[in-house]
Design a protein around this ligand. Structure first.
Ligand SMILES: [Zn+2]
Length: 516
């Protein structure tokens, strides 16, 4: 066994600016290396933004110029099948010592299936080069990956070293069907956020097929690092995922000592997750959403308390889900608290639910999932619930993409209720509304937001803290859709102060929900 300090080798990093990017980006090697130092990432496989979006030839050449002489940055060219004879591309890759080629089938409008990519895949395979495939998926539950095409390509070129980037929680049913038959198929884990999925794959003997990647600078590398770090993997399996597997694929000579050792996952004594679910959402396969399993996952990730709403209630079985939550608050006192989830479209039912759980100390707030229940928050049917929350000074967690002036009016007209906007209203750095919401929350006392499923945009938390102030931000995970560690990572690894981190991790929640 190696005694070397553990290092992280990031398979998924971009240099240069994308046209529509409002988030941070790396102008050159110096900026990228400084970020890697900060994050505890030793080496990175890097592709160029210009090569992805505009011009593979000029973009790949630009990448070469930008990272020349930097041993920690390994170049990955971007390619397009059938643009030129394969032997010409391979010859140039050989000449410039390029160990990997990245394809963007979605962005560049081609198919990954053998009829289009087999010749290129064979040429890469014969040369021992790695093929990175990135479908640049549209969302957390939709990675846009053509799994049928990937499967066909793996079977057509079995020696091809293939890495599929951006695999999300929606993919396990697809890759599960054939990953064991394709030992050269590898999954890059930046979006593989289902709780326990990485460990499940390791225990199934598939640890050699997992590759650490962050998708910097879009995503925060702290997210994937924290997820892996909290998985309780054996050191050997963890080192392979974080470093060894990619090094082996790229056939790089082993480094003696990492320049930058990996950062320890920090320990915070108190963490309260304000956005947890029981029940399942069919996209997310790994976690059960059963209370005992959730508490076990909380123990693994250092979460003291969680405030939970049932997914059954967020869909059609509102009383069934609330009963499940009520039972869990009694089975796990102090660990599990509940939101009473209500569907404003059914007044008889929500009045009965309010009566049933009135005075139950397990419930600390109300959840309105306007998204799944298909009702706007300014619909007259919501009025009675909002007035009740205002009268009883109850916090409301609300999932709705709502206009800012509407939020402002709502908060001001219900000054004794606390409004928590789930998922920062659903936006990341390319969503100006999230920033506007954060800005508004600084001036509206009873307006807060949670970080659940905001998906760790790099630099986003620092922006939110600056715009809203740390006292307006709540840690939330969206477990069991996402691992606790995924959103913890952006807080743990962010550049904000320790006191601010503690406010976001638990202080604000304990104050708002009156938890002891
Ligand atoms: Zn949620």
């Amino acid at each position: 066994m190696s005694t070397k300090p553990l290092a992280a080798f990031d398979a998924n990093v971009r240099l240069g600016r994308l046209a529509n990017s409002r988030g941070p980006w790396f102008r050159g090697a110096d900026e990228l290396l400084a970020a890697m130092d900060e994050l505890g990432v030793d080496r990175a496989l890097v592709y160029g933004a210009l090569a992805k979006e505009s011009d593979v030839l000029r973009g790949n050449a630009l990448l070469q110029e930008q990272i020349q002489g930097e041993a920690r940055l390994i170049p990955c060219w971007v390619g397009i099948p059938n643009r030129e004879p394969c032997r010409d591309l391979i010859a140039r890759m050989r000449e410039h010592s390029i160990p990997a080629l990245r394809l963007f089938p979605q962005t560049s409008h081609f198919s990954i299936r053998p009829w289009c990519c087999e010749a290129l895949a064979k040429a890469l395979s014969e040369e021992g080069k790695v093929l990175m495939v990135d479908f640049d998926g549209p969302g957390w539950s939709n990675d846009g990956i053509d799994w049928e095409g990937i499967q066909q390509l793996c079977l057509a070129v079995p020696e091809l070293k293939l890495v599929v980037c951006g695999v999300t929680m929606a993919s396990p049913p697809n890759y599960e069907a054939f990953i064991r038959q394709c030992p050269n198929l590898h999954l890059e884990i930046s979006e593989l956020v289902s709780p326990g999925e990485i460990k499940r794959l390791v225990e199934a003997g598939l640890g050699l097929q997992l590759i650490f990647g962050s998708n910097l600078p879009k995503r925060h590398a702290g997210a994937a690092l924290t997820m892996v770090g909290l998985e309780n993997l054996k050191a050997e399996a963890r080192d392979l995922i974080l470093n060894g597997n990619l090094q082996r694929l790229l056939m790089l000579s082993e480094e003696n000592e990492p320049v930058v050792p990996i950062r320890e996952i920090p320990h915070f004594p108190d963490v309260v997750d304000t956005h947890v679910h029981f029940g399942g959402w069919n996209y997310s396969a790994a976690a059960s959403g059963r209370p005992a399993d959730t508490v076990r996952d909380m123990d693994r990730c250092g979460i003291q308390s969680a405030i939970v709403t049932s997914l059954w209630s967020c869909f059609g079985e509102v009383p069934l889900g609330n009963a499940d939550v009520a039972e869990a608050t009694k089975a796990f006192p102090g660990r599990i608290y509940g939101y009473l989830t209500l569907d404003p479209k059914h007044p008889d039912e929500f009045r009965e639910q309010i009566d049933r759980y009135r005075g139950d100390p397990g419930f600390r707030g109300i959840k309105l999932h306007c998204g799944t229940h298909g009702i706007r928050l300014n619909d007259p049917q919501c009025r009675e619930i909002l007035e009740f929350a205002n009268e009883k000074k109850i916090p409301l967690l609300i999932h709705e993409e709502f206009d800012l002036p509407e939020w402002k009016d709502l908060c001001l007209s219900h000054p004794d209720a606390t409004f928590i906007v789930a998922h920062v209203g659903g936006g990341g750095p390319d969503h100006a509304p999230a920033r506007e919401l954060a800005r508004l929350s600084r001036t509206v006392d009873n307006l807060y937001f949670d970080l659940a499923a905001t998906r760790n945009f790099y630099g986003f938390l620092e922006d939110l803290v600056e715009l809203a102030g740390p006292e307006k931000i709540l840690y939330g995970s969206d477990h069991p859709l996402m691992d606790f560690g995924f959103e913890l990572g952006q807080i743990f690894f962010s550049g904000i102060g320790e006191a601010e981190k503690q406010m976001i991790l638990s202080g604000n929640a304990r104050r708002i929900f009156k938890l002891n």
